[in-house]
Ligand binder design. Structure first.
Ligand SMILES: C[S@@+](CC[C@H](N)C(=O)[O-])C[C@H]1O[C@@H](n2cnc3c(N)ncnc32)[C@H](O)[C@@H]1O
Ligand code: SF4
Length: 389
């Protein structure tokens, strides 16, 4: 197992648009939750795997990373996501990270997702000391009105302060998450957000189109405005690509841009459908055709962990070969290098493939199929057509 995801399902408050599993106001469970994560880690077999690591372990400083991190034994990537992992605070994060560090390869990528308001100079220094070498900040927007429309707590000034604190702590790999198609957003608003993000000189930028769950309160509240911005979606996306590529970032996945060598290796592993283990409430794990998910309830997760009743808190599923192929295609098409056509040939609708190629949504480069820029924004629709019934 080379990739480990850890879900921290705590948030100070719930943002109106968010559909990720997290609970507000449950932080008193932090200590017990970390106990449960450590118990699941001990049960996962990852600790035993690292015992076979040769030589010196865990030199996961804040230096730059490259593919030389690949090699036998130990975790290549660890990702603490949420929720808001940084809400755990320095002491609990250090407890967790000190258990993880010895399980990592030299130069492993260790990412922590952070809400800017939680990043103090002390927290940033603590993360660096604990071996974290990549922080992904949820900026979303620098525009007060749009942040309000998102239901996003915290002042926009916290974004710049967080980046400054991370730089002072020595971080050389800081990512900013932005969103577009926010209710009432104009193209000029988006351009301003991109300018402000670029001014902070992050190594990595994710820019997601806002997706809203059907039937949610947020959808009901903003229905008209969401329909208006959806009509601009393609222009928003083009603006993001032009601006970020113009500023020297390389597009490498539908919504992700990075300076060379600063792509998120953990997420690249997902998109290549590598095996990964997920710890924590609501976390998915995937091993070959087998996949399981932990219960989406921090209290039930803690209880199950205390009893060692892992099966009681997990739901399993087994993919068919065909489902796996379809997934490989859908994920592979998201990334810059696309996917080897031969590998997924069985799942392809040849007639639709030709239509998509002729109409400039798809490319075949040396046997690999890729989305064109036009196809990227419509990746889901292109995939749906491409997959044989
Ligand atoms: C798992 S979230 C957690 C990040 C962190 N809790 C925060 O909000 O600052 C990671 C990123 O997903 C994006 N995201 C969350 N909900 C989204 C939605 N409904 N549509 C599009 N992007 C979303 C945001 O950009 C967010 O920063
Ligand atoms: S802080 Fe992040 S994870 Fe929490 S509700 Fe907001 S977007 Fe979702």
């Amino acid at each position: 197992m080379n990739h480990l995801y850890i879900h921290i399902p705590f948030c100070a408050s719930r943002c109106g648009y968010c559909d990720f599993f997290s609970q507000a106001g449950c932080l008193s469970q932090g200590e017990a939750y970390v106990d449960a994560l450590l118990a699941e880690l001990a049960d996962s077999g990852i600790v035993g795997q690292a015992e076979h690591l040769p030589g010196e372990l865990a030199k996961c400083g804040t230096g730059s990373m490259d593919d030389s991190a690949a090699g036998p034994g130990g975790l290549a990537t660890v990702y603490l996501g949420g929720g808001t992992p940084t809400l755990l605070g320095s002491r609990l994060l250090e407890r967790l990270l000190s258990a993880l560090r010895p399980l990592c390869r030299e130069r492993a990528e260790i990412t922590v997702e952070a809400n800017p308001s939680t990043v103090t100079p002390e927290l940033a220094a603590g993360l660096a000391e604990s071996g974290v070498n990549r922080v992904s900040l949820g900026a979303q927007s620098f525009n007060r009105r749009l942040r309000k429309n998102l239901g996003r707590a915290g002042p926009m000034e916290a974004i710049g302060r967080a980046v400054k604190a991370l730089r002072a702590a020595g971080f050389e790999n800081v990512g900013l998450d932005l969103m577009f198609s926010i209710p009432e957003q104009t193209l000029a608003d988006l351009e301003q957000d991109l300018i402000q993000a670029l001014a902070l000189e992050p190594e990595h930028i994710s820019c997601y189109e806002l997706t809203v769950k059907d039937g949610s309160d947020y959808q009901r509240r903003w229905q008209r405005q969401l329909e208006e911005v959806a009509g601009n979606g393609h222009r928003f996306y083009e603006t993001v690509v032009d601006t970020l590529e113009g500023a020297g970032y390389r597009w490498y996945e539908t919504s992700n841009y990075a300076h060379p060598g600063k792509e998120c290796r953990h997420n690249l592993a997902y998109w290549q459908r590598a095996d990964f283990f997920g710890l924590g409430a609501g976390a998915w794990s995937s091993q070959g055709l087998n996949r399981w998910r932990n219960v989406e309830d921090a209290g039930a997760y803690i209880e199950g962990a205390a009893l060692g009743d892992w099966e009681g808190i997990r739901e399993h599923e087994r993919l068919s070969e065909r489902q796996q192929l379809t997934e490989l295609l859908m994920l592979g098409l998201r990334v810059k290098n696309g996917i080897d056509r031969q590998t997924v040939a069985e799942a392809l609708d040849g007639e639709q493939e030709n239509i998509l190629l002729r109409n400039g949504f798809l490319l075949n480069e040396g046997g690999r199929i890729l989305l064109t820029r036009r196809g990227r924004f419509m990746a889901n629709e292109v995939c749906a057509r491409l997959i044989k019934d």
